[in-house]
Design a binder for this molecule. Structure first.
Ligand code: IMP
Ligand code: MG
Length: 188
């Protein structure tokens, strides 16, 4: 029902649905299992990269029955275009301390790697015990920075995708699925 009404509302913009809400849910359960195996008895700090990872992080942490701290970091590199400008600005600083903590950095998508690479450097400078990364989507074909996620949901080809938190020009984040945008809708 939700998927149907969303699809009707956005049918002019969406080429096709890549991952349904059910596929996303299954994948997040798998990721939660992997993360639990890694951190079961360890104090964990999760840092979520705003804004795209909001839905992912909220679904993920509700599947983690462990003691954890949660904070968000804001980073931006995009204007209205679909390729990273490469210049990353921190738009919201961390509030919790990460020194001597196990840190898991969570983002929606790893594309060129410039955003996560930059944020990982910022966090490493704060001397955590260790730092791992978790992304829902991975587009390895476009990588410019040598970074591999420790936990990853789906690998995708070079599509520009929106929904489930991911945006184009701050739109489409509310779609309950992940979809490929029609070519005419965005400028590259
Ligand atoms: P990177 O710095 O090129 O790895 O880009 C990472 C950031 O760009 C992500 O956190 C997203 O916000 C955004 N991004 C990259 N690819 C896509 C996409 O296909 N759809 C929506 N946002 C994307
Ligand atoms: Mg993002």
């Amino acid at each position: 029902m939700l998927v149907d009404s969303m699809s009707q509302r956005f049918e002019d913009d969406i080429e096709r649905i890549l991952f349904t809400p059910e596929q996303i849910e299954t994948t997040i359960h798998r990721l939660a299992g992997e993360i639990l195996n890694q951190y079961r008895d360890q104090p964990l700090t999760i840092i979520s990269v705003l804004t795209g990872s909001l839905m992912f992080i909220s679904d993920l942490i509700r599947l983690l029955p462990i003691k954890l701290h949660l904070d968000c970091i804001g980073a931006s590199s995009y204007g209205d275009s679909t390729t990273s400008s490469g210049v990353i600005t921190i738009t919201k600083q961390l509030r919790v301390g990460v020194r001597d903590r196990h840190v898991l950095l969570v983002d929606d998508i790893l594309d060129t790697g410039q955003t996560l690479g930059y944020i990982a450097d910022v966090i490493r400078a704060l001397r955590p015990l260790d730092l791992k990364t978790c992304v829902l989507l991975d587009k390895p074909s476009r990588r410019k920075v040598n970074i591999k996620p420790d936990f990853r949901g789906f690998e995708i080809p070079d599509f520009f995708v929106v929904g489930y938190g991911l945006d184009y020009a701050d739109q489409y984040r509310n779609l309950p699925y992940i979809a490929v945008l029609k070519k005419g809708v965005y400028k590259t």
